[in-house]
Ligand binder design. Structure first.
Ligand code: UDX
Length: 470
């Protein structure tokens, strides 16, 4: 029996099923969306949430107990090594293909089981699936469950991905050469992007990238709707292009972290003491440095970063994740670094990033431009030093620098003198002050979108109605 047959529209309590990709930057927005929907539909007991998840990077059910979410592990027998990016510079497209391949069969079994169990107490309305999980979407289709797709990245990125096949047809992708001049070639149809921004990572093959993007676009086009974690006033023209190009309903519901807290979805323990340290710093004075959950640097880059921060003479809060330094089990900061930065620098293994960025002491963010970090920075009016590494990060950087003009790229090899100059530019010059002002103007637009009648709040209402109507 199809899900519709099990529980016709309007019959009362429903459940929304969700399947996030097992990485921090994807898990968090999916759980925030769950929180936002549950807050609106759950108060009357109308909408329950069931979260399917890979056994690796699993969310902690105990932290969502109050909301009553149900968590269902999938593929416990699949070794996490099969699902993780591999290679010295991680191959994420390869990992995405393997995740879809390895979790598909186990998901079929679990979904069947859950559909049978949940038939009585509020039947499943639909599956909200990460846009990278086409394999899970196919399983849902097979079992008669409608799907919605969550895009956790920027609208700009989706527009770029939609243009990918045409760029291949024109012979522009894969780039005919790896020359800087070639990679810096502007893409007229995707201004302000350059050809190199469309290359996922140096270690991802073009074939894997093409397959992943074909799956992603198939997932979006065959869904009952695409949900985007961005907001109208930030990306209206790209959102219009997506509406025109995909032909399915769109729900622009971001910034999700401002609608529903995601702190309980952090996979690593957040060091709260840095907030007390920030309380003692002057307004707009501190540089926050973090590369998100996956990006990394080698030992030489760590050394240059340390001395760049030290020599800048500015206060900083630096996140050094346990696995952030390539091929190094124990991270050691250079001799003399601690003395040189005593009293004005703090290093933590993982920070409560949203609270950090919202703190009045933060004056700038050195970021890898993962979309969550970029959006979180935008929403607090914090300008950025951009150091993108792979996937959508170059695209996000380009928009920060060229479109919103709220930051700039730190290009080329990491070197202490260049770092010092970038920090000074962001925190101590008129140019940096203007970027901060523009960032605060964009933040004000974000605030409007999530007000009661704002575009994102209205989109969540529409989305909820849609879910209840399946
Ligand atoms: C990944 C991809 O790398 C990124 O390009 C894509 O847009 C989303 O998936 P990630 O690299 O982890 O994500 O970056 P990002 O999207 O910025 O997400 C990181 C999340 O971790 C943010 O929500 C941030 O608040 C949180 N974080 C980061 C912490 O809670 N503490 C920290 O110390 C650092």
């Amino acid at each position: 029996a199809t899900v519709e047959a099990a529980s016709p529209a309007g019959s009362g309590r429903r459940r929304v099923l969700m399947f996030p990709l097992p990485f921090q930057g994807h898990l968090t927005p999916m759980l925030q969306l769950a929180g936002a929907l549950h807050a609106r539909g759950g108060s009357g007991g109308l909408l329950g949430v069931t979260v399917f998840h890979a056994a690796f990077n699993a969310p902690d059910p105990a932290r969502h107990a109050a909301a009553g979410f149900r968590f269902v592990p999938v593929g416990e027998g699949v070794p996490s090594g099969d699902l993780l990016p591999s290679g010295s510079d991680a191959d994420f497209a390869g990992a995405l293909l393997r995740i879809n391949d390895r979790l598909r069969e186990p998901f079929r079994d679990r979904l069947r089981q859950v559909l049978a169990e949940e038939e009585g107490g509020g039947a499943a309305a639909c599956l909200v699936v990460d846009s990278n999980l086409r394999g899970m979407q196919l399983v849902a289709e097979e079992l008669g469950v409608p799907t919605l797709v969550l895009r956790t990245g920027a609208a700009a990125c989706l527009v770029a991905y939609m243009a990918f096949p045409a760029l291949c047809d024109k012979g522009l992708l894969p780039p005919p050469s790896q020359d800087k001049a070639q990679l810096d070639m502007p893409l007229d149809e995707l201004t302000p992007l350059r050809l190199g921004d469309m290359v996922f990572s140096p270690t991802t093959t073009h074939a894997n990238m093409a397959r992943c993007l074909r799956d992603l676009l198939d997932a979006a086009r065959s869904s009952s709707g695409v949900i985007l974690n961005t907001f109208q006033d930030l990306e209206s023209s790209d959102l219009q292009k997506i509406t025109n190009g995909l032909g399915v309903p769109m729900y622009t519901v971001g910034p999700l972290h401002k609608i529903s807290s995601g702190t309980e979805s952090s996979l690593l323990a957040q060091d709260q003491t840095c907030l007390e340290w920030l309380d003692k710093q002057e307004a707009d004075s501190v540089l926050y440095v973090s590369l998100g959950s996956l990006a990394s640097m080698d030992e030489k880059e760590l050394l240059e970063t340390a001395w760049g921060l030290a020599n800048s003479q500015r206060p900083f809060l630096w996140v050094i994740r346990h696995n952030m330094v390539k091929s190094s089990h124990e991270v050691s900061l250079p001799d003399g670094f601690e003395e040189a930065t005593r009293g004005r620098g703090m290093v933590v293994p993982w920070a409560p990033q949203q609270e950090v960025l919202a703190h009045h002491a933060i004056g700038g963010f050195w970021t890898h431009n993962g979309w969550n970090s970029t959006l979180e920075s935008i929403c607090e009016g914090v300008p950025m030093i951009c150091r993108p590494q792979f996937a959508d990060q170059m695209i996000n950087m380009r928009y920060v620098q060229e479109v919103w003009k709220i930051g700039f790229e730190l290009e080329g090899e990491l070197e202490r003198g260049k770092i010092e100059m970038a920090i000074t530019k962001l925190l101590c010059t008129e140019e940096g002050r203007q970027m901060r002002q523009r960032a605060k103007d964009v933040r004000d637009k974000a605030v409007k979108c999530i007000e009661e009648e704002g575009s994102s709040k209205s989109a969540i209402e529409l989305l909820l109605k849609r879910i209840m109507s399946f």
